[in-house]
Design a protein around this ligand. Structure first.
Ligand code: IDP
Ligand code: MG
Length: 141
């Protein structure tokens, strides 16, 4: 889709490793333009709401504790086929299985501390963008 939007999160592990700039540089180099950006620290309940689809998974409590453990950078990225191209740039969920050169291969630690989040479908992108950004913040673009 032309000018598609997706939600990206630079997770607490990546912020701690001081690779915010490297990751945003990779988005821009791939033609994924940041159109909204915020640095914040999520509460446990905000992380639980964001990952509500994973509520029944065994790693839910650990994941939401991790995601609320330190600052994150939340971005809306825009570009042609942004959802799919962002997922390719991120690499597989488990950094050990991610293709060389992907963000998770470069900066992820393990299947949980894997540096970045990316929406996986148009429906989840709509939910995730709306979870963090108002229409006013997204502006007239
Ligand atoms: P994705 O981030 O590649 O879309 P999901 O399956 O949606 O992967 O899982 C959401 C997040 O939950 C992952 O990015 C990772 O941080 C964590 N996670 C996924 N699978 C596991 C697991 O088996 N153990 C621990 N954490 C996991
Ligand atoms: Mg996912």
């Amino acid at each position: 889709m032309v000018g598609e939007r997706t939600l990206a999160i630079i997770k607490p592990d990546a912020v701690k490793k001081s690779v915010i700039g490297d990751i945003i540089r990779r988005y821009e180099a791939a033609g994924l333009k940041p159109i909204a950006i915020r640095m914040t620290q999520l509460s446990k309940s905000a992380a639980e709401g964001f990952y509500a689809v994973h509520r029944q998974r065994p790693f839910f409590d650990s994941l939401t504790t991790f995601m609320s453990s330190g600052p994150v950078v939340i971005l809306v990225l825009s570009g042609d086929d942004a959802i799919k191209r962002h997922r390719e740039l991120m690499g597989a969920t488990d950094p050990a299985k991610a293709d060389p050169g992907t963000i998770r291969a470069l900066h992820g630690t393990n299947i949980e501390f894997n540096a970045v989040h990316g929406s996986d479908s148009p429906e989840t992108a709509r939910f995730e963008i709306g979870y963090f950004f108002s229409d006013t913040e997204l502006g007239v673009r």
